[in-house]
Each structure stands twice: as structure tokens, then as C-alpha cells.
Ligand binder design. Sequence first.
Ligand SMILES: [Cu+2]
Length: 160
Amino acid sequence: MKKLSIWLCSSLLLLTHFSAHAQSASEAIEVEDAYVRIAPPNAAATAAFMALENKSNEDHALVSAKTNINRTTELHTHTNDNGVMRMRQVSQIDLPAGQEVNLQPGGYHIMLIGLNTAIQEDQPIEIGLTFEDGSTKTITAKSRSMMKMGAMDHNHNHGH
Ligand SMILES: [Cu+2]
């Protein structure tokens, strides 16, 4: 009886192991709250932010992104260089198993360089994401004015 339950356990483990391998990164990663910051007029670049949740038990990574509103898209992070915040290109953004990684101002972001046209308010922007296993996912981000967000934060602080 004990032998049987051990056998059952190990075959269940094998099953979950195999099913995890069958899932691509694009299936395992859920994207929420994607938005693109509306750049000031004539700005050459802006950034996209979102929350990426890895719902699987395997590590994944975001390796590239692209949109049809700009020419060059890079993955960036921010580093604190003696009190000066600098942007640095990274080859990938790690998405550890079972964790949520936030791309947000001051941290990881998707840099949209060489904007084709000015981004309008409430403009839906499609972003193609490519993961480490070559799987892809297209998400729709909303454009968001950062000035408006700042005003909202201000009101929020006063309310408390
Ligand atoms: Cu950047």
C-alpha cells in the first residue's frame, strides 16, 4: 500500500512536470494594466509599463517588444548612479515562476524610441511581446497622460 502511494505521488509529479513543459511562456504570462505614457509634443521617445504575472511553475523572461507606433523598442531598467537615476538597456526582463513583475516608472520599462506620430489621449496601442522560448503575445495598451496621473496622486494624498 505504501509502495502504491509512493508510485502515485511520483507519477503525479511527473504529470505536472510534463504539463508545465507543454505550456509556452506566452500562455504562462498574464499581462495586466498595460499603458503607454503620452510623451510631451516632439519627444523622440516614451515608455510602456505593465504588470507581468508568471502563472506557471517555470521561470520565463521577456526578451523583446515592438509596436507599430515607433521604430526602435528596447527593454530598459533604471539604476541609481550616485543619486542620479539613469536608464540602462537590458537583454531580458526575468519573470520568475509564480511571481508578478511590475514594469513601472523608475524601474523596468519598455522604451519606445523614434515615435512615428504623437500619441493621442485614450489611444489603444498594440504591443507585441516575445519571450525567451520564442513564443509571442500581442497586448493592447492604453495611452496615459502622466500629468493627469500626477494630479490624481495629489488629490489622493489630500484625501488621507
Ligand atoms: Cu528607458
